[in-house]
Design a protein around this ligand. Structure first.
Ligand SMILES: Nc1nc2c(c(=O)[nH]1)N[C@H]1C(S)=C(S)[C@@H](COP(=O)(O)OP(=O)(O)OC[C@H]3O[C@@H](n4cnc5c(=O)[nH]c(N)nc54)[C@H](O)[C@@H]3O)O[C@H]1N2
Ligand SMILES: Nc1nc2c(c(=O)[nH]1)N[C@H]1C(S)=C(S)[C@@H](COP(=O)(O)OP(=O)(O)OC[C@H]3O[C@@H](n4cnc5c(=O)[nH]c(N)nc54)[C@H](O)[C@@H]3O)O[C@H]1N2
Ligand SMILES: [Mo]
Length: 663
């Protein structure tokens, strides 16, 4: 769509009429101010998703706060703390909650030194589907140079196919495997007891706890064979350099945060932390971009702060998993207005019907998007955003090539199509109508000039130099790399040895988690849905994992693009031939996947590239404008909004139970 649209038909339909920008923005601002006056500013909320991960939004619209917020601060000057984002179910567990509570820095501070590694673990991530393919290229180069690749994944991914070892694991059980490997490392004398004694909090507790994870027990839990557990422990106890790559594969279980913390601890205790060829620590740099002085309003707590105190403590953000409870039950108060930017809530959040119901009863909803997606079915107004090609902004490069940080002016390639405007300008012009446009320059170039005003370079020079490539801001990477910096006080602001945590230690037992009222030590728990949930297992004997990335789509996006659809025309369920056979299922069959919550239709892909007993179902389908093979296949009809990791509030997307039947 290329013009602002206003709802004509009933909610649920895509029946709109075109209106002018002035009319659209005036109407939205009027509604915001009315609702604010009537119910207080906290009833006004925004949500941003993957379509708004653009530098101008990130630099200009995240609030000035201590936490790691990725939300849109547009309504904060009004007094609303409810800046929701896809961080409610993506990255924050892995990138913020686990590392901060363990060693006091975000995951961005941990760099996998693949260039000097002898072995690289690919644990719950698939770099072959990344865009850009940076890690995949590094991994392939390491392999060419002779590094061994180990993959821990229920799926035999592109990387696993060429790996030296593939450990197919039952989803959600990684913590047991980590303890199993660690116990063998203790037995082989490969654990650094000095580090444990002097620099860890909870080491004695761990020494006792780990003893129960014998190879037999761990094989029973994880389905990774005993011999393979021994082999993995042999690798971890070797003197070689070992690094890892990880990400979303570990976030979506009932013990996601604690599992990721234990992965970090395995590396720390076996001597592969902050050493060449291991996981190097590179403390984040303060980037000297200007930022509007928009503060997080502290008067009212955001939605979810009461139920997820640990998430709130570290992010200062609202938790969108609590949105239906807010809108439908007023718990703890009602959100009435939602501005959705670059997101598709109705394909990305678990239990679509409950989120659909919540969107349908809002007083007012606005979508800022390049397409009419599923959420637009419930919008009062839809605003046409540009793609990145139609807007000027800047790019940033972290730990790229010879520099730790570089930036570059990004000049638009074409003029916006129709009346589309960049998301930045849409938010800036809304702010103007709400009475605080002075925070945000009202042009794209004005915004870039504002951001770089403290750099030792003026705007004209910035643009000219950008034509020749990224402009480095730090060249520190050229300095010799110093190992094990906790010994020399380089990981703490006060210069004392140790880590930047409350205890100054590597926290196996986390003070921050304890302070938020949870049990602080990583204890293995069976999944809420698993074989030991015998009642449910009777009817739903297959483990359901969802949303492994595809090369031809990006979550709900591109499933309306004919060229890309050729690569995979239908939403698929990957099922092992041992599970497909008895069900009479062959590749290409239409099959129904059923959970306690509901059922949805997919196309079967019978394979041996998955652990038997596990099925992987594609995520992204469920948008009316998508191709036929995708639009009726919304995996989140099957998932559960209540089954979560209690620390993060993240839904359990990757360890559920289901049944698969021929349609
Ligand atoms: N082409 C493309 N690129 C994308 C995206 C996309 O949709 N398409 N999405 C983007 C987004 S939003 C994100 S967050 C990133 C995510 O980036 P990644 O985390 O690399 O995502 P995946 O490629 O799905 O890799 C996750 C892997 O974990 C495995 N896994 C699932 N459950 C478990 C488990 O319990 N244990 C273990 N050990 N492994 C498990 C899956 O089988 C899968 O191979 O990718 C981004 N890049
Ligand atoms: N079951 C299950 N569910 C999952 C996952 C899973 O693995 N399993 N993965 C989860 C993860 S990691 C994530 S991040 C979420 C993703 O959830 P979302 O953040 O909702 O991501 P997308 O589905 O990519 O939707 C992005 C929207 O942005 C729009 N867009 C694209 N570019 C632009 C732009 O430049 N400007 C604007 N304004 N809009 C733009 C697109 O048209 C699209 O409607 O899904 C989650 N949902
Ligand atoms: Mo994500």
């Amino acid at each position: 769509m290329t013009r602002p649209l206003k709802r004509k038909g009933p909610k649920g339909s895509l029946d709109f009429e075109a209106i002018s920008w002035d009319q659209a923005l005036d109407e939205i601002a009027g509604k915001v101010l009315d609702l604010k006056d009537q119910y207080g500013p906290e009833c006004i909320a925004s949500f941003i998703g993957r379509g708004n991960f653009e530098e101008s939004i990130r630099r200009m619209f995240t609030p000035k706060t201590k936490g790691f917020s990725v939300g849109n601060s547009l309504f904060m000057p009004l007094g609303s703390p409810n800046a929701f984002s896809v961080g409610s179910l993506c990255y924050i567990s892995y990138g913020v909650l686990a590392p901060i509570s363990t060693f006091g820095a975000p995951m961005g501070a941990l760099v996998s030194d693949m260039e000097h590694a002898d072995v690289i673990f690919v644990w719950g991530t698939n770099p072959a589907t990344d865009s850009p393919l940076t890690d995949m290229i590094r991994l392939m180069e390491a392999k060419k140079r002779g590094a061994k690749i180990v993959v821990i994944d229920p799926l035999k991914t592109t990387v696993a196919r060429d790996a030296d070892l593939w450990a197919p694991i039952r989803p959600g059980t990684d913590m047991a495997l980590i303890y199993g490997i660690l116990l063998q490392c203790f037995n082989k004398g490969a654990v650094d007891h000095d580090f444990g004694r002097d620099f860890c909090q909870g080491f004695d507790e761990l020494k006792e706890y780990v003893t129960r994870f014998t190879p037999e027990v761990v094989e029973g839990i994880t389905r990774v064979p005993k011999s393979m557990i021994e082999e993995l422990a042999g690798i971890m106890s070797s003197t070689g350099n070992i690094s890892f790559l990880s990400y979303t594969g570990l976030e979506y279980s009932n013990i996601g945060v604690q599992t990721i913390r234990m992965l970090l601890t395995l590396w720390a205790l076996t001597g592969h932390l902050d050493v060449a060829g291991g996981q190097r620590i590179q403390m984040p740099l303060a980037v000297p971009f200007k930022k509007p002085d928009v503060q997080f309003p502290a008067a009212v707590a955001p939605i979810g702060a009461d139920k997820y105190p640990f998430y709130f403590q570290l992010t200062n953000s609202a938790q969108f998993m609590e949105f239906p409870g807010s809108v439908l039950d007023g718990d703890p108060y009602k959100i009435r207005f939602l501005l959705i930017g670059g997101a598709s809530i109705l394909t990305s959040f678990p239990l679509t019907p409950i989120f659909k119901k919540a969107l349908s009863v809002l007083d007012y909803q606005v979508c800022v998007d390049i397409f009419l997606n599923a959420d637009a079915c419930f919008a009062d107004i839809v605003l046409p955003a540009t793609t990145y090609y139609e807007m000027s902004s800047l790019c940033c490069y972290q730990n790229a090539g010879p520099y730790q940080f570089a930036t570059q002016y990004r000049k638009k390639v074409i003029e916006p199509i129709g009346e589309a405007k960049s998301s930045y300008l849409i938010y800036a012009s809304l702010a103007e109508r709400l009475g605080y446009g002075h925070y945000y320059p009202q042009s794209e170039d004005g915004m870039v000039e504002y951001l770089i005003q403290d750099l030792p370079i003026d705007f004209e020079e910035f643009k000219t130099r950008s034509e020749h490539g990224p402009i480095p801001l730090y060249q520190d990477a050229a300095k010799p790399y110093e190992e094990k910096k906790w010994l020399t006080g380089k990981l703490r602001r006060d210069g004392k040895p140790g880590f930047s945590t409350p205890s100054g230690k590597w926290e196996i037992r986390s003070s921050l988690i304890e302070k938020a009222g949870y049990s602080p030590f990583p204890v293995y728990k069976n999944m809420t849905e698993g074989p030991d949930n015998t009642e449910m297992f009777k009817d739903y004997p297959l483990t359901l994992t969802t949303g492994a990335r595809l090369q031809s789509s990006f979550r709900s996006q591109h499933l309306n693009i004919p060229g890309l659809l050729k690569l995979q025309p239908n939403a698929e369920v990957l099922i092992h031939k041992e599970d497909a056979g008895p069900r009479g299922i062959v590749t290409g069959d239409r099959v129904i996947v059923v959970t306690e919550r509901g059922e949805a239709i997919f196309t079967a892909h019978v394979t041996e590239d998955i652990l038997a007993g596990v099925v992987e179902v594609n995520q992204g389908g469920g948008t009316p404008i998508q191709a036929e093979g995708w639009r009726d296949s919304n995996v989140n009809i099957l998932t559960d909004d209540k089954n979560r990791d209690p620390l993060s509030g993240f839904p359990v997307f990757k360890a559920l139970l289901c049944q698969v039947k021929k349609s």
